[in-house]
Write a protein of this length. Structure first.
Lengths: 109, 115
């Protein structure tokens, strides 16, 4: 059974700072997703990573995948308050998604 | 185009009652998934449909939970004799095929509160 570990669980960041969220998964997976969830809302897809070495960027967020290390990272550059949300990684496993625990990001002035 | 829709958006029920949650997938999507998001357990897979059949029901937490899909479209998740631990947000998602090759799109969820 695939397990997905995500850390940190909670991240309080000052605006303008950089930080990285880590996502480890325990066995081979075809796809790695990053989602954003705002309070009371559903999941918004941010990135889909398919292959080793894949890197995708959107604004201040950049996601990468190392399939050999079974590690994905979500890097936040120069954080702004609008990025405050909970971020989940998820890996595909036998036609379902296995989610990490989520990282609650809070960006303060 | 329309995304995944779910109804009701909120449901409050008394312990012991049965509830039905509905999911309308994106038109043409053959695969449909139910997940549950609760404070104690995070986001958990419940069941997966391909067409009208459910090849993977491994996430259903007890025999009080059941789901069906008709016409390859709408799905209903039924919880019988609800318990307080069933309180959670139930998320539905759909995709146009196998997850290895197709992205999954999530609905807004149904927040279930069992009193």
């Amino acid at each position: 059974e695939l397990k997905v570990e995500q850390n940190p669980l909670f991240l309080s960041m000052q605006e303008g700072k950089n930080y990285t969220i880590y996502c480890n998964y325990s066995t081979t997976s075809d796809r790695l997703y990053w989602y954003r969830q705002d309070p009371g809302k559903s999941l918004e897809s941010l990135f889909v990573l398919l292959s080793n070495g894949a890197v995708k960027q959107e604004g201040r967020l950049m996601a990468s995948l190392d399939t050999k290390a079974r590690l994905s990272t979500l890097h936040i550059t120069a954080a702004v308050h609008d990025l405050s949300a909970t971020y989940f990684c998820a890996a595909t496993y036998t036609d379902k998604l296995i989610f990490g625990t989520g990282t609650r990001l809070q960006v303060f002035p | 185009g329309a995304g995944v829709s779910q109804s009701p958006s909120n449901k409050v029920t008394e312990k012991g009652k049965d509830v039905e949650l509905r999911c309308d997938p994106i038109s043409g999507h053959t695969a449909l998934y139910w997940y549950r998001q609760s404070l104690g357990q995070g986001l958990e897979f419940l069941i997966y449909f391909q067409g009208n059949s459910a090849p993977d029901k491994s996430g259903l937490p007890s025999d009080r939970f059941s789901a069906e899909r008709t016409g390859g479209s709408v799905s209903t998740l039924t919880i019988q004799r609800t318990q307080q631990e069933d309180s959670a947000v139930y998320l539905c998602a759909s995709s146009s095929g196998a997850l290895s090759y197709n992205e999954q799109f999530f609905g807004p969820g149904t927040r279930l509160t069992v009193l």
